[in-house]
Design a protein around this ligand. Structure first.
Ligand SMILES: [Zn+2]
Length: 257
């Protein structure tokens, strides 16, 4: 039986439109179909957000390799959409963490306020720089292109946002519920963990392209943290100090003003 696609008007046989992929049996919205759509968006075994979240936490390098080098673009939830969602959620949770701390402990966290406003900008600024660093560190003749490293950098920033969200939720739990000032993300072990985790991601991303990439991977993880810190220092210097003086190092509580 030939049917007409409701999405693109293409005539086709079968259950899915072979032009745009929409299902043949799509009807008007009912509460049942709304519930099903919403439920599937989160849990769908193949392409759901939860599956992607789990895969990114277990083996981010593998997800990135499949997506970028093996062109498995439909295996996971759309990674560009995911980046936008997770960046927004991370900014929201970060904001809550800062607001709760300021209300409870009366800390005037000027850095916190600045990053509250600029954390999304920071994430976006990081991507081209991180991509360049990763491309140079892992450069081999049969290797990947800078454009592909841009996508890899975006995936790594999504992973960082997930980890940030977990850390900020721990902060919120201890600060909000138990009234203990907690800043997991300001701990040096947090930075070390991020560095090693990004190195691990880089290792699994490169292991089929580069022989024994462990040293380059460690360097990649290190570059990840250095670029973050450099950009944070730059933003503090540019915005809080108006490009003036050396007060930039007062971040991370080394000195106050
Ligand atoms: Zn169609």
């Amino acid at each position: 039986m030939i049917s007409t696609c409701k999405n693109c008007n293409h005539h086709f046989k079968g259950n899915f439109c072979n032009e745009c992929g929409q299902k043949q049996a799509i009807g008007t919205f009912t509460f049942k179909s709304i519930f099903t759509e919403a439920f599937l968006a989160f849990t769908h075994a193949d392409k759901g957000i939860l599956k992607l979240l789990r895969s990114l936490l277990i083996n981010p390098g593998k997800v990135a390799y499949e997506y970028i080098a093996e062109c498995k673009r439909k295996k996971y939830f759309n990674l560009f959409t995911f980046f936008v969602i997770i960046t927004a959620v991370a900014a929201f949770v970060e904001n809550k963490d800062i607001v709760v701390k300021e209300a409870l402990f009366k800390v005037d966290n000027e850095y916190g306020q600045v990053f509250n406003v600029y954390s999304k900008v920071l994430t976006l600024l990081t991507i081209p720089l991180l991509a360049l660093a990763l491309w140079l560190i892992n450069y081999t003749k049969n290797g990947l292109r800078y454009s592909e490293y841009t996508v890899f950098a975006m995936i790594l920033m999504s992973v960082k946002s997930i980890i940030d969200i977990v850390a900020r939720l721990v902060n919120l739990l201890f600060t909000g519920v138990f009234k203990l000032y907690t800043a997991v993300d300001e701990n040096i072990f947090y930075a070390v963990f991020l560095m090693l985790f990004m190195g691990y991601a880089s290792y699994n991303f490169h292991k089929r392209k580069i022989k024994k990439p462990w040293f380059r991977s460690l360097l990649s993880g290190f570059a990840f943290c250095i670029i973050q810190v450099a950009l944070i220092i730059f933003i503090v210097w540019a915005i809080l100090r108006n490009f003036n003086g050396l007060g930039i190092f007062s971040i991370y509580g080394i000195s106050n003003r």
